[in-house]
Each structure stands twice: as C-alpha cells, then as structure tokens.
Design a binder for this molecule. Structure first.
Ligand SMILES: NC(=O)c1ccc[n+]([C@@H]2O[C@H](COP(=O)([O-])OP(=O)(O)OC[C@H]3O[C@@H](n4cnc5c(N)ncnc54)[C@H](OP(=O)(O)O)[C@@H]3O)[C@@H](O)[C@H]2O)c1
Length: 324
C-alpha cells in the first residue's frame, strides 16, 4: 500500500474554489476500522453545507470532506477479521474522509455489496434511501395513503417518492421549483408535481394529504400542516430552508378536532443494526432506482460543489478517483 494518497481538502471554507487536490499521508485503520480503496464517492448535501462553513467551528481547514464511499477493503485494524480484505463494500465515513483514494470507516458502518449493484449506484442510494425508508415508517405510510414529499428533488426525496409508490400510496405528490425536475419525479412514479408553495394549475391537484414527508422546513411549515387530512401526519426530515418559526405549532392547535400530528425524524434514533439491515435490503432488492446526476473525476470535486450550489442537481453526483 502507498504511504501517500491523493485527496480533496477544504483549504478555505466558503466558495468551492477553496477546495484543492492534495497528496496526504495514507489513512491507517484503527481498531474496529477497515481501510477501503475508493471506487466511487457520493457528493452529499451535507458535504456542501460543511464546505460553506455554516456548520460552525468543528471543522478544521485542511479537512477531507465526504461521508459515503464504495470500494474494496484493502486493510483491517486490530480485532477485525482479515476475511474482510478484498470485499467490495459501501461505507459511511462520518462527516469527513471520503473524498480520497483511500479512506477508513468503522466496521459497523460498512456493508458488503451484492454483485448486482455497482459502486456508483451504491453511493447514490446510500444513506438517503435509508433515511427515506425510516421516515415513511415513522409517518405510518400505508397502501392507498395520499402522500406529499416536500423538497422531492434531492436524494432523500427521490428515494421517498419511489418508496411511497412501492408502498401503494394512491397519491404521491411532490414539491419542486422546476418543471423539468417535476417531470423526472413523475417518471419515478410521482402523481402530481406542485410548486414550492404546494400549488399547481392542474384541476386534479390534491388539496390534502395523509402523510407529508418534509425535507424543506422553513417559514412555510404551518401552511403545509394546514394541508393535512384528519389524522394526517407530517414528518420533518430535513430543514434545507431553515427551521420553522417558533409558533408553527399553533397550526396544529387551531385544528385540534382534526387530530393532526407533527414530528421530526433523525436516522440517529435508529439502532445501527436496524439501519444496516434496511440498507443491505435496499442494496439487494432493486426497489429503488439509483438516480445518478453526473460522474466526475475526484479532482473535479469543486465543480461538483458548484453544481450543488446552483441547485440544478437531480440525483447524486459521484466522484471517481483515477487509476490507482
Ligand atoms: N433526518 C435525517 O436522519 C437526515 C439524514 C441526512 C440528511 N438529513 C437532512 O436532509 C436534508 C438534505 O436532504 P437532500 O439532500 O435530499 O436535500 P437537498 O437536495 O439539499 O434539497 C431538497 C430539495 O429542496 C428544494 N429546496 C432547496 N432549498 C429550498 C428552499 N429554500 N425552499 C424550498 N425548497 C427548497 C430543492 O428542490 P427544488 O429547487 O426543486 O424545489 C432541493 O432539490 C438536510 O437538511 C439534511 O440535514 C436528514
């Protein structure tokens, strides 16, 4: 194994131009970790948020971003069965370390890949599919449910739409600011594309929903609570538009007789064994179609982040390291 590896680092937080390709010391697996030679690296929304520098001071300059990789295990830490070496796997690397030719991951965050799923597709389904799965479970989506996925054009939304269709929902509406992304979501089974305010010119646009999966949050949450049918449930999974105002819950109380509910969902509450079982099932069952926006060489990570900042990405941008 090499002593040094090529990696993308964040030299300056803020603009994507602050990212650079560097040669760094090769990572070494600690006990209970494995070393993976990366073949595909997922570019996630959270990477962009960290790079913008808005997540606070916990991230040092010079850090390697990236949390999702696929590739082959090439080394193991103490206490890890050497039989792992040579296996093709998907891994979550935490909030850093992924944009590199080699990365380490805790064994509990590593999942062997079936031959039927490519490295690129594995990092595309990755975490987002699992988040969508458990969020829909939390919201109690059943056959014939009328579902709205708010902010459906991102990785979590794309998975949530497909899983709601698979669960037999009678309506799977989405919000998106783009007609073309609305058309792509319809190809994945969405029945109605609404604008960001939840409106549409179509005569058959649904008025109310049994379930709202909300990835957006922000100032409009109360308006969407008002769109819940009696006993309807809204589950907030993300807050890409920020947290809702403190008084948003007044909308629930105003409609007390409708028995609506609101909750948040974080994957952190799902025990790691359950998370891994759900992820392995998604990797194997073929229910989710991985939507790859673009595949770029690792050295073009800054271009990937520019596209993320422009808001034009539909599906996952995947980075691939050059030949080893
Ligand atoms: N709960 C969990 O366990 C968990 C796990 C991982 C991540 N997350 C959270 O999930 C979110 C990222 O999910 P993602 O990658 O699927 O989302 P994303 O791609 O960042 O955003 C989803 C969509 O929201 C729309 N949008 C963006 N800004 C908006 C605004 N200001 N107002 C209304 N709509 C807006 C955009 O679509 P249009 O332009 O088409 O409208 C965008 O495609 C983050 O908040 C992250 O913290 C949660």
């Amino acid at each position: 194994l090499e002593d040094t590896v090529r990696a993308i680092t964040i030299e300056r937080f803020g603009d994507p131009a602050g990212m650079a390709m560097r040669t760094v010391d090769a990572p070494e697996p600690a006990p209970a970790q494995v070393l993976i030679r990366t073949a595909a690296i997922g570019v996630g929304g959270v990477d962009a948020v960290i790079r913008r520098g808005t997540l606070g001071s916990g991230f040092p300059s010079g850090m390697i971003p990236g949390s999702e990789i696929a590739g082959r295990v090439v080394g193991v830490g103490d206490d890890v069965d050497p039989a792992w070496i040579g296996r093709r796997v998907w891994a979550f690397t935490g909030t850093s370390g992924g944009y590199a030719e080699y990365a380490v991951a805790a064994l509990e965050d590593v999942i062997p890949l079936p031959d039927t799923l490519s490295d690129v597709d594995a990092v595309t389904l990755g975490s987002a599919g699992t988040v969508a799965h458990f969020a829909l479970l939390q919201a109690g989506v059943r056959s014939r449910a009328r579902v709205l996925v708010r902010g459906a054009a991102g990785s979590i939304g794309i998975a949530a739409v497909q899983l709601a269709v698979h669960a037999g929902a009678s309506v799977v509406a989405v919000t998106t600011s783009s007609r073309s992304r609305g058309a792509l979501l319809r190809e994945l089974g969405a029945t109605h594309a609404l604008d960001r305010s939840g409106r549409s010119d179509a005569a058959d646009a649904p008025e109310s929903f049994d379930v709202i999966i909300d990835i957006v949050g922000g100032p409009d949450v109360a308006q969407f609570i008002d769109r819940l049918a009696p006993n309807g449930r809204m589950v907030m999974v993300g807050a890409v538009a920020g947290y809702p105002p403190a008084d948003f819950g007044a909308a629930l109380l105003r409609s007390f007789q409708q028995s609506r509910s609101f909750g948040t969902f974080s994957l952190a509450t799902i025990p790691v064994a359950e998370r891994n079982a759900a992820r392995a099932a998604q990797f194997a069952d073929g229910v989710l179609t991985p939507i790859v926006h673009e595949i770029l060489p690792l050295e073009r990570a800054a271009d990937a982040h520019r596209a993320m900042d422009q808001g034009s990405v539909f599906g996952r941008i995947v980075l691939v390291p050059g030949s080893h």
